[in-house]
Design a protein around this ligand. Structure first.
Ligand SMILES: Nc1ncnc2c1ncn2[C@@H]1O[C@H](COP(=O)(O)OP(=O)(O)O)[C@@H](O)[C@H]1O
Ligand SMILES: [Mg+2]
Length: 397
């Protein structure tokens, strides 16, 4: 019997549309000898839809129409599978829609790539492909991620975290702190977004305030760091788990503007290929020793953050100093970075199979852990002062 893979995509994120592209690309690449794919579209208000139209890209120009002709569903934990039920329930109809053996989230951005959705899927009791709750959460928060990496001696640029409450209460103190700690130009980014949304470079105090206020439109917390002027960006994917992980070929994404923008990433061609259509040099034109250093740092970063499956780690090289920094990690990379693995001799079908095998391995390992601890603490337990507690020898609060 084939394994049923629920591919979840969409969700309440600014990268909703990119996720639709990434997921529909993947759905066409699974090994159909081994897997039956159940596509599950998650709307921006977190409802789930299945049906024959859900995997057709052309339907996403009219989402209301798509939803009207699709089946709304809910998920219920079953015995080693997650059962899918039609929702709302109708009295005399068949309520069961389908089931899945494994959940494969292909979602990008806040609320979905940050551990929230991974937690929800884990509660369904099925293996979940990719990073777990903690690695997803740490990977999504630019400040927390840098802090963890820095602690583990992985090179990152220093940054300052600012929350909107502090800024509104004392703008001057916040601006002074940034000025004292960082040199211009300074880049301001939302702490937990992706796809270059909400990012601006400030060259002076005036534009710094504009950049901060712009970024706060997208997140209550933002980070400031020095902006490298003579920058080369290199991306490298890593595939594996805590035991064994390997780095892909390196690419150099090419931007038209000061920063690699949303437009550069997804709208530079009309081919609807998401991250796979970015203008890039692959393999990147870098010296062999730089390439090897980046690939080693990529694997180190993956392991420090306890990742699983496929991720993409983005590096910045300062062309003046030749310093290499980890800029960020994408725990569910656009297009699952399949184009980098293709360059490394692994086709998309095998990449997806490997990600599923890693998720199954993790599930097996977790099943070996004992989650209960024998105790008689509840025996004779009472809340102090309440009826029946008098004379009890049990624990009192
Ligand atoms: N410190 C920096 N110096 C110069 N450019 C930067 C710096 N940080 C980010 N950028 C530019 O902004 C882009 C988006 O920033 P990034 O941190 O990757 O956020 P996102 O999660 O939105 O992709 C990068 O690809 C790069 O072009
Ligand atoms: Mg980025």
């Amino acid at each position: 019997m084939k394994i049923k893979v629920g591919v979840f995509f969409g969700g309440n994120s600014v990268e909703h549309e990119i996720s639709v592209i990434s997921a529909l690309q993947a759905i066409n690449a699974f090994d159909t000898d081994k897997y039956d794919v159940v596509p599950v579209y998650v709307t921006k208000d977190n409802n789930y839809y299945c049906g024959e139209f859900i995997s057709k890209i052309e339907e996403y120009t009219d989402i209301k129409g798509l939803i009207n002709k699709s089946q709304r569903v809910i998920f219920v934990k079953g015995n080693r599978k997650a059962e899918i039920y039609k929702f709302p329930f109708k009295t005399f109809s068949n309520k069961m829609y389908d089931y899945i053996d494994i959940a494969f989230p292909i979602v990008h951005g806040t609320n979905v790539e940050d551990g929230t959705f991974q937690g929800f899927l884990s509660y369904l009791g099925v293996p979940v492909a990719g990073c777990d709750v903690i690695s997803s959460a740490v990977g999504m928060d630019k400040y927390v991620m840098k802090t963890v990496l820095k602690y583990n001696k992985i090179p990152v640029l220093d940054c300052i975290r600012i929350n909107s409450f502090d800024y509104e209460n004392n703008k001057k103190a916040v601006v002074d702190k940034i000025k004292e700690s960082l040199s211009f130009p300074i880049i301001i980014k939302p702490v937990n977004l992706g796809s270059s949304v909400g990012i601006k470079i400030a060259k002076d105090i005036q534009s710094l305030e504009n950049a901060i206020e712009y970024s706060f439109e997208f997140s209550k917390e933002i980070v400031a760091e020095h902006a490298i002027e003579n920058l080369k960006e290199i991306n490298c994917s890593v595939l594996g788990d805590y035991e064994s992980a390997e780095a892909s070929e390196c690419e150099e994404p090419l931007s038209k503007d000061e920063i690699l923008s949303y437009k550069d990433k997804y709208m530079s061609s009309s081919s609807n290929k998401g991250m796979a259509s970015v203008k890039r040099k692959c393999p990147a034109e870098i010296d062999d020793n730089v390439r090897e250093k980046i690939r080693l740092l990529a694997v180190d970063t993956f392991k420090v953050l306890r990742c699983n499956g496929v991720v993409r780690i983005d590096f910045m090289i300062d062309n003046e100093s030749q310093e290499i920094y980890v800029n960020e990690i994408n725990t569910i990379p656009g297009s699952l970075a399949f184009y980098l693995w293709k360059e490394s001799g692994i086709n998309y079908k095998d990449l997806l199979t490997k990600i599923i095998q890693l998720a199954l391995k993790r599930q097996r390992e977790q099943e070996e852990i004992n989650y209960s601890y024998d105790t008689d603490i509840l025996k004779g337990f009472s809340f102090g002062g309440s009826k029946g507690a008098k004379g009890s020898k049990g624990v009192k609060f």
